[in-house]
Design a protein around this ligand. Structure first.
Ligand SMILES: Nc1ncnc2c1ncn2[C@@H]1O[C@H](COP(=O)(O)OP(=O)(O)OP(=O)(O)O)[C@@H](O)[C@H]1O
Ligand SMILES: [Mg+2]
Length: 328
């Protein structure tokens, strides 16, 4: 079933195939981006995917970008920084700092030491990055590319089976993943053009690179996730393999029970009434979330998988593990 996104199903309707698209196939890719709006659970899902892949024996690295450190914090590591740090068996984490990526890139590119020293001393990158929108994103993706290579460019670089990127929140559409193409079209020729093109080819390689969108069961997040999927497919040209509807409340009551609760909520007994009202309101919430789930399923092409809301003050690694087991 690999590559269903290119092929034309002979017998099954696409939705049917998409629904059955198994997790193992997703984790068999080499590079995964986890994306979505701010605060929807991207880091949590990226870590859960990492745990699941690592448990399946894949050497996996979860990358945070823009100097975030939330994934490592899940494992109780204060800061990993721009280093590949082992969180548990088969699972590493790195926080990709754009300045460090730029420095590493230059070190790899420039063989003349005096010239490198001169460049670093002159703080030319600080100025360059400030003057060139998207440059930080470009070098970040450059580092992601480097991590995916089996023939690592950095000395003693580990070979990973799977690189999972906890992508930046999509404030303004699909910016991050589109960066290489933008650069390739601005720089028409030369090394920037060819390297940006190489990064774009990596991102749009549907066989090896995948995307998961994380959504929440509310009206606006559903609309935004559907728009994001559309733009990622149509404008960036990536494979969107999954949409995770995160933090779904359990449906605790049957229709019959909810009717009885509604009757109690209008009853005489004060304590019973208060408890029944609370239960009715939670039932309503769970029902409205199911309605949003149905809307999401209608509006996106990718299979929609659900993740439960975990009633914990802080998720931590146990929470991530619980979600990892529930990943579809
Ligand atoms: N299924 C869940 N159940 C309960 N809490 C959750 C769940 N998923 C995520 N959370 C919590 O919601 C908060 C936001 O999650 P997370 O940090 O993963 O989101 P994010 O999309 O990475 O946010 P940001 O855009 O700020 O990076 C965290 O406190 C996390 O522990
Ligand atoms: Mg995050």
């Amino acid at each position: 079933m690999r590559g269903y996104s290119h092929g034309h199903p002979l017998f099954l309707p696409t939705t049917e195939i998409a629904r059955n698209h198994p997790l193992t196939e997703f984790l068999d890719k080499r590079l995964l981006f986890v994306t979505g709006k701010g605060g929807v659970g991207k880091t949590t899902v990226a870590v859960a995917l990492g745990l699941r892949a690592a448990a399946a024996g894949k050497r996996t690295i979860v990358c945070e970008v823009a100097a975030q450190e939330n994934a490592s914090r899940t494992f109780g590591h204060a800061e990993v920084g721009f280093h590949e740090v082992e969180m548990r068996e088969n699972l590493w984490s790195i926080s990709i700092d754009p300045d460090e990526s730029m420095r590493e890139y230059v070190l790899l590119q420039l063989k003349v030491r005096a010239m490198r020293d001169m460049l670093f001393r002159s703080r030319i990158f600080t100025y360059l990055a400030a003057a060139t929108p998207g440059l930080k994103e470009l070098v970040t993706i450059g580092k992601i590319w480097e991590l995916t290579q089996l023939d690592r460019k950095v000395k003693h670089g580990r070979k990973y089976d799977l690189v999972i990127v906890d992508a930046p929140a999509t404030g303004h559409g699909v910016g991050f993943l589109q960066t290489p193409r933008t650069f390739a079209s601005i720089a028409r020729v030369g090394p920037i053009h060819s390297q940006a093109q190489q990064l774009d080819r990596l991102i749009t390689d549907r066989e090896h690179t995948g995307v998961a969108i994380v959504a929440l069961p509310e009206e606006m997040p559903v609309n935004e996730s559907a728009a994001l999927e559309h733009d990622l497919r149509e404008e960036v040209g990536v494979a969107v393999d999954r949409v995770y509807m995160n933090a779904l409340y359990p449906e605790r009551f049957s229709a019959e029970e909810s009717e009885r609760l509604a009757a109690l909520a209008g009853g005489e007994d004060g304590a019973v009434r208060a408890a029944a009202r609370a239960a009715v309101s939670e039932h309503e919430r769970a029902r409205s979330q199911r309605a949003q789930l149905a809307r999401l399923r209608r509006r996106v092409q990718a299979p929609v998988k659900t993740l439960p809301f975990l009633f914990e003050p802080e998720l931590g690694v146990e929470g991530a593990e619980q979600l990892a087991r529930r990943l579809g």
